[in-house]
Ligand binder design. Sequence first.
Ligand code: PLP
Length: 382
Amino acid sequence: MKLKSLGINTICTHIGEVEDKQFKGAISPLYMSSSYAYEDVEVKRYPRYFNTPNQEALCKKIAMLEKSEAALIFSSGMAAVSTAMLAFLHKDDHVVLPQTLYGGTYNFVVKEFHKFGIEYSFADGFSEADFSEKIQKNTKVLFVETPSNPLMRITDLEMISKLAKQHKILTMIDNTFASPVNQTPADFGIDIMIHSATKYMGGHSDISAGAVAASEENIKIIWNLAKNLGGNLSDYTVWLLERSMKTMVLRVKAQNKNAKKMANWLEKHPLVEKVYYPGLKNHPDYELAKKQMSGYTGMLSFEINEGLDVSKFLKGLKMIKPSMSLAGVESTILSPAKTSHSLLTPEARKEQNISDGLLRFSVGIEEVEDIIADLEGAFSKC
Ligand SMILES: *Cc1c(COP(=O)(O)O)cnc(C)c1O
């Protein structure tokens, strides 16, 4: 079987299975052993070496989905982000990051990097000039996150990859929001793909995991640090993640479709001020999103009219849960001003266009009619 030519749903269903040689079961057996033989074996296996049978198998699925040679799975998205960054950033090195960044990544950079003597700069916007003006002699990594959270701004991956190659620096992307279903950054020459598998890869709001995909050479460098930091994923969760990923494409495509419908519906709603969805023609990055993404994700944000009570709106919802995190099969919603961006001053929030009426909406796979009915009910209460 020529593996490279497999379709994405086939990769999700079949690649990265552990073969059940003993009983010939249809799915991967789960090997919970944390102790393996060391005599007469080719590989010494241990969970923290990231090479138990279940870990190794799942990495093949993730690598192939990201069109990469190899992958590693971690205990959380932040374990993946932090290990990947620290593997390539040493004392006196410098990294350029985007203006808007996932809160955990932002905190990691701002609170921890000084302890390692790593320097950083945030780009002022999303253009080539915004990134290139921050590149210094000691810049080693260009890190991007696209689509961004929560306003869904898009960074041009081809531009980033060209810019980095001119300066001989490594590129990393947090590809969580898009998932490999909607965006494969390796197509544009990005070196290292990072995921919070807690989100679309897991997709059921019941596991915490992370993943990194890259060339064999770069994965080896990350692995050398990873086995010392110890952010490996337990085999039971590996097994659950493999199971979840079999339906990832079906889920994400249903979420893409529902989010597009919801974006159109919200845009016409008299109580909605603004909708942020890269699949809408009036989104500032619509053309760019069309160029580098095959779907616009199940994530969108919208602003309810000034003067409406956000708390009353959220309390008025009966089905959609106001809750943290995202990308589950169930729709969830949150107020960035009250959660992810609550530590910023009101002025800083205003600067980033995070208004009190802004809501980040992770659209699930429910029937659109039911999602609409729930939102209508909430609008009537605020
Ligand atoms: C959730 C998230 C992370 C962190 O993942 P955890 O699994 O919570 O550690 C990183 N980046 C993005 C874009 C996320 O949404």
